[in-house]
Design a protein around this ligand. Structure first.
Ligand code: ADP
Ligand code: MG
Length: 240
């Protein structure tokens, strides 16, 4: 198993955010997390990538294993070294930096400049639209293009897997289709994706398996094919 989270309990002060949450992901797999607002999906991603330091959310108990080794108390920059990239909610590209400068930020742990350059060129084949806009300020891109940029930035780290938090939020339907198509290509080249999505329809279409969250717990887990046929899931998330 590439990543395994076991029995996570997380609190924000007195607020319990996760109560005994377990999930896993294999190499090259796309796994979705769906469920209503506030159910604990983002908290689950944060627990994996070291963003719950005690000042902002605390892991009370549980385990997070990467390739069988505990990564529970590792800092985010160490986890980047280990091959975990975060595609944060809202994209968070640096608006006043150029597209290329943003991409290079994703490679900050790597040293070999020639190799980085080659990798950036290869990754940009996924998003040819960005190629002739490398010198443009990121803030001048549309939200869909900014998401392409955020994905490119996440990939230059050569991650084993990407944690994607609501990547379709605020994108036009065409861009949503495109981004999810790219996720499929990325996973086929061996990078796993843990995909948190409000857009359950698209998430279940692109992922192989999914976890359904409700108020700090996982209430269902199955293959997407099975979940798409599940009456509760259909009624709650797929418009009946
Ligand atoms: N920084 C925070 N401080 C306090 N409570 C938080 C914080 N982040 C999230 N929560 C609470 O934790 C619960 C889970 O939130 P979250 O993981 O963001 O849910 P989701 O991503 O599924 O919408 C919610 O009750 C939310 O209000
Ligand atoms: Mg969230």
């Amino acid at each position: 198993m590439l990543l395994e989270a076991r029995n996570l309990k997380v609190c924000y002060g007195q607020v319990k955010a996760l109560n005994d949450v377990s999930f896993n992901i294999r190499t090259g797999e796309i796994v979705a997390m769906i469920g209503p607002n506030g159910a604990g999906k983002s908290t689950s991603l944060k627990a994996v990538c070291g963003l719950l330091d005690d000042s902002n959310g605390r892991i009370e108990s549980g385990q997070v294993l990467l390739d069988g080794n505990s990564i529970l108390n590792k800092r985010t920059d160490q986890l980047v070294q280990d091959g975990i990239s975060l595609l944060p909610e809202g994209r968070r590209v640096f608006q006043s930096m150029t597209v290329l400068e943003n991409i290079k930020m994703g490679a900050y742990i790597r040293i070999n400049k020639a190799e980085i350059k080659r990798d950036i060129e290869r990754i940009l084949d996924l998003f040819p639209q960005l190629k002739n806009r490398l010198k443009q300020k990121a803030g001048t891109l549309s939200s869909g293009e900014q998401q392409m940029l955020a994905i490119t930035r996440a990939l230059v780290n050569k991650p084993k897997f990407i944690l994607a938090d609501e990547p379709s939020l605020g994108l036009s339907p065409n861009f949503v289709e495109l981004i999810f198509e790219k996720f499929t290509q990325i996973s086929e080249s061996g990078t796993a994706i843990l995909l948190v999505e409000q857009n359950a329809y698209m998430a279940l279409k692109v992922a192989q398996r999914a976890y359904v969250f409700s108020i700090g717990e996982i209430i269902q887990e199955d293959t997407c094919d099975k979940l798409k046929e599940n009456e509760e899931v259909k009624n709650a998330f797929l418009g009946g």
